[in-house]
Every structure is written in structure tokens, then in C-alpha cells.
Design a protein around this ligand. Structure first.
Ligand code: 13P
Length: 288
């Protein structure tokens, strides 16, 4: 059964660990993430960007696939199916399709409009028991065509959005989607500290989890981050393993062309990445 992310994130914030959001692109991705979460007895959030939603034939297809997998693979750990960086329309579509968690990214609107749109979704999600993530201060880099400059969030604006009754809050603190450039200044812990001081128990979300050094991840968790999003790192692990399989000519041996064989090294590589992140985030064994 899909669950809202509220309980798992409240526990994570109180227990000073973070739950990973891993973005999915297809069946292999989903299966690898779910099996790893079950093996490690970790709660998990499956992230779906609007682009990935289109790629996988729409939100209803995804809900059907994920629910089917939870049952057929006997997954017992808490799993939330979450829209990543949703538009207002996308959020409504996912609520209707049966997602258990939504992110409405209104960070590119003026703050008044972000507040107004987020408020409408707070009411809808409350009634349905769906968790809602809001964003203040854009995350740098490009994701599915959404480009953010990456400015740090204003702690007062964070408080204004948190007070609307959202479940979790993503705040820009110098984090970037995708690979970090050589000259990256690092996370602004000063900003994070100020945001936590204003937002109290609100679980904070760190986007752009790929490539953030372990010590920065740990410090961010100590300052109130309870959800960390990882996407590119799984993609790179999949790509590297698939490249190796082909470069070694394995696709030319026997039935190595069978897609179930061709995609297997990539799927295994995703499992290893997810495991490494769950261990780093401290969510292993926290399913109950
Ligand atoms: P990365 O692709 O940098 O890991 O970021 C993922 C993310 O923040 C999804 O919202």
C-alpha cells in the first residue's frame, strides 16, 4: 500500500536521519529501488518528475505499476509515490491519479502567488491524506527543462510557506540538480540553520543529492534535513554499468541481446547506489 510521506518524515526529523527520494524512469528503476528498500528495511520515496510521468505513459500508468509491484514483490516498508517539482496542473493530475505525495514547485512565482497556489493544494491534500512538499528559493541547475538559478531561500518566506500547513519544505541552500561544478561553493549551512530556526519541526528537503560530499549530507541532516532527493547518481550508475556490458561485448554473446540481460547490470548498479545512499542518510532499519 502506498503511504503519505508525513509519518516517515516526522520520524526521520525526530530521529535525525533522512529518507531518500529516488526518481524513477521505468520498471527496472522502480523494481531496483523497492527491492533495496525492502532488503534494508528502509522507508523510501519514489520521485516522478513531470517529464518522467509523460515518458512512462502518464500518472495512472505509474500508479498501476507501483501498486502492482508493491503487492507482487511483497514490499512491506513504507513507500510514498511522489510528484517531483510539480506544476499546479501536474499536482492536481497526480492527486486524481492516486499518488500519495505531491510536490508543488511554486518557487518561480512571486511569493504571494506561491502562497496562494500552495494554500489551495494544502486543503486538497489534507482531505485526501496526501503529503505536500512546497519550495522556496530555486534549486540550481536544470531538471526536465526547469532551469533554476539556485539562489538561497529567504528564511522568512520559508516560514510563511511552512505555516500554511505543508508537510515538508524544500529550500534552496546553494544546491544544484545534476553534477556539481568544480567551483561549487558548497551548501549554505548558515541559510539552512536560519530556516530551521524559523520552521521548527518542519522536515526540510534537500534536492540535488547527487555528488554532495558525505560530510555535508551529515551536517545538513543535523540541521533539520529529513528528505534527500537523488536522481542523476542513479542515472550515471545505470549508464556506466550498461556501457561496460556493451563494451565487453556481452550483448554479442549467446542471448546477451535479451533486454532482460542487457538491462540487468544497470538495474544492479542502481541497487548499489540506493544502498549506499540509504546507509549514508541513516534510514536503514527505520521502516517500523
Ligand atoms: P540530482 O539529480 O542532482 O540527484 O537531484 C535530484 C532531485 O533533486 C530531484 O528533485
Amino acid at each position: 500500500m502506498l503511504v503519505s510521506a508525513k509519518e516517515m518524515l516526522t520520524k526521520a526529523k525526530a530521529g535525525k536521519y533522512a529518507v531518500g527520494q529516488f526518481n524513477i524512469n521505468n520498471l527496472e528503476w522502480t523494481k531496483s529501488i523497492l527491492l533495496t528498500a525492502e532488503e534494508l528495511q528502509s522507508p523510501v520515496i519514489l520521485g516522478v518528475s513531470e517529464g518522467a510521468g509523460k515518458y512512462m505513459c502518464g500518472y495512472k500508468t505509474i500508479v498501476g505499476m507501483v501498486k502492482g509491484m508493491l503487492e507482487e514483490l511483497n514490499i512491506t516498508v513504507p513507500v510514498a509515490l511522489h510528484l517531483d517539482h510539480g506544476s499546479f496542473e501536474g499536482a492536481k493530475a497526480c492527486i486524481n491519479a492516486g499518488f500519495s505525495s505531491i510536490m508543488f514547485d511554486g518557487s518561480h512565482y512571486p511569493i504571494e502567488e506561491n502562497i496562494e497556489k500552495t494554500t489551495q493544494l494544502v486543503h486538497a491534500c489534507d482531505i485526501l491524506g496526501i503529503s505536500l512538499e512546497a519550495e522556496v528559493g530555486s534549486i540550481g541547475g536544470e531538471e526536465d527543462g526547469v532551469i533554476g538559478a539556485g539562489e538561497c531561500a529567504d528564511p522568512d518566506e520559508c516560514k510563511a510557506i511552512a505555516d500554511l500547513g505543508v508537510t515538508m519544505l524544500a529550500a534552496g541552500i546553494g544546491n544544484i540538480h545534476g553534477k556539481y561544478p568544480e567551483n561549487w561553493a558548497g551548501l549554505s549551512f548558515e541559510t539552512l540553520d536560519a530556516i530551521q530556526a524559523k520552521t521548527g519541526d518542519m522536515p526540510l528537503v534537500l534536492h540535488g543529492g547527487t555528488g554532495i560530499p558525505a560530510d555535508m549530507i551529515k551536517k545538513a541532516i543535523s540541521l533539520g534535513v529529513a528528505k534527500i532527493n537523488v536522481n542523476t547518481e542513479c542515472q550515471l550508475a545505470f549508464q556506466e554499468a550498461t556501457r561496460k556490458y556493451i563494451e565487453e561485448g556481452k550483448d554479442l554473446e549467446g542471448k546477451g541481446f535479451d533486454p532482460r540481460k542487457l538491462l540487468a547490470p544497470g538495474a544492479e548498479a542502481i541497487k548499489a547506489t540506493v544502498k549506499e545512499k540509504m546507509e549514508l542518510f541513516g534510514s536503514v532499519g527505520k521502516a517500523k
